[in-house]
Design a protein. Structure first.
Length: 327
């Protein structure tokens, strides 16, 4: 029998990136679909993974041999700050249900998706895989961060006690087609794309909060997807791997905004509201482990990835996650 790969959270930004790569890279190549593989991209409508019964039913239905576990209850600053208990509990439930069901069903390999928010708030930069548990995470989202950290502990414990091949990936900021463009809850790139488009439509200035000076590493969802496929096929250790562009590829928020203005074709007034606070100036993560294990990687240039994301948003505005469109 062939491999059955179940992707939880398969309908989101990262899941859609994996689906694209699997179906668009040459068949049987390093990242393309292999003849002996069946890929399943699950959504929450098929099973609410906070519920153990529903989780077991999903696994009964598809009988996966491998799992890429992306599903998570995610949210912006406000949702996290006001809901640390809920964010912690719901993510712990999802992760425990998925990992324990994988153990029960003898799934051969599981990759779970963490996030750089697992890292301590006060830490020496650049971030690397050895620093996850060295101190408390940022207080704004400590519930979500601890739930994600616990996956790393579960992976090691299930590996030690039962020999399970469970591991994890730690992506930096992701962007790409199928992102969440809801202005209440979106990450910086989809939020700015949406704002810029509204400014263009309404003939208003495009105003950004802060100075635009902070630096960030952004990874295109289809590049990230290739890393997940690599990890699934070629990496067999419980220790996580950071999935990121290099520290030399940090961009300022101002550069992001300029690239968005260009991609959207916005020609109006473009300004910064410096009364609003900047986030942390930089929080670089090292991709040394990734590149040494993978043997090099050709990243999509930022402007190219951004162009594709804007194009996708314009073409799918009516069905994309946009929240209140009149905002
Ligand atoms: N986006 C980033 O910048 C970023 C950075 C670092 C790490 N990550 C991690 O990457 C993973 C995927 O994130 P994403 O950006 O792709 O998020 P996303 O676009 O919001 O997708 C979230 C996915 O999780 C599913 N999901 C949510 N609650 C669920 C539940 N109770 N039961 C079953 N499925 C549920 C959603 O299904 P439905 O849509 O069907 O409800 C959706 O497929 C997450 O683990 C996240 O922590 C993301």
């Amino acid at each position: 029998m062939g491999d059955i790969i179940l992707v939880t959270g398969g309908t989101g930004l990262v899941g859609k990136g994996i689906e694209y790569v699997i179906n668009n890279e040459p068949a049987n190549s390093r990242f393309g679909k292999r003849d002996n593989e069946t890929w399943i991209f699950a959504s929450s409508s098929e099973a609410d993974l906070r519920n153990l019964e529903q989780t077991r039913k999903l696994f009964e239905k598809y009988q996966p041999t491998h799992v890429i576990h992306l599903a998570a209850v995610v949210g912006g600053l406000f949702k996290n700050m006001n809901g640390n208990a809920t964010m912690m509990r719901e993510n712990i439930l999802i992760n425990d249900n998925v990992l324990h069901t994988c153990y029960e069903r003898k799934v051969k390999k599981v990759i779970s998706c963490l996030s750089t928010c697992v890292f301590p708030d006060k830490v020496e930069y650049p971030l690397d895989e050895s620093k996850i548990h060295l101190g408390p995470p940022h207080p704004s989202n400590f519930g979500y961060s601890h739930a994600k950290r616990l996956v790393d502990i579960q992976n090691r414990a299930y590996n030690q006690q039962f020999g399970c091949n469970f591991t994890s990936a730690i992506p930096t900021n992701v962007y790409g087609p199928h992102d969440n463009y809801d202005l209440q809850d979106a990450h910086v790139i989809p939020a700015l794309i949406h704002k810029c488009l509204l400014a263009k439509k309404n003939n208003k200035p495009f105003v950004m909060g802060g100075t635009g000076k902070p630096l960030r590493q952004f990874i295109f969802s289809r590049d990230l997807a290739k890393m997940f496929v690599w990890q699934l096929r070629e990496y067999d250790e419980p220790d996580p791997v950071i999935f990121s562009v290099g520290e030399d590829q940090e961009v300022t928020i101002k550069q992001v905004a300029e690239a968005i203005v260009k991609a959207v074709g916005f020609t109006g007034e473009f300004a910064f509201d410096t009364n609003l606070a900047d986030g942390q100036y930089r929080k670089p993560a090292s991709n040394k482990k990734l590149l040494s294990k993978m043997g090099g990687f050709e990243f999509t240039p930022f402007e190219e990835g951004l162009d594709l994301s804007v194009k996708w948003f314009l073409e799918n505005y009516d069905t994309a996650r946009t929240g209140i469109k009149s905002a």
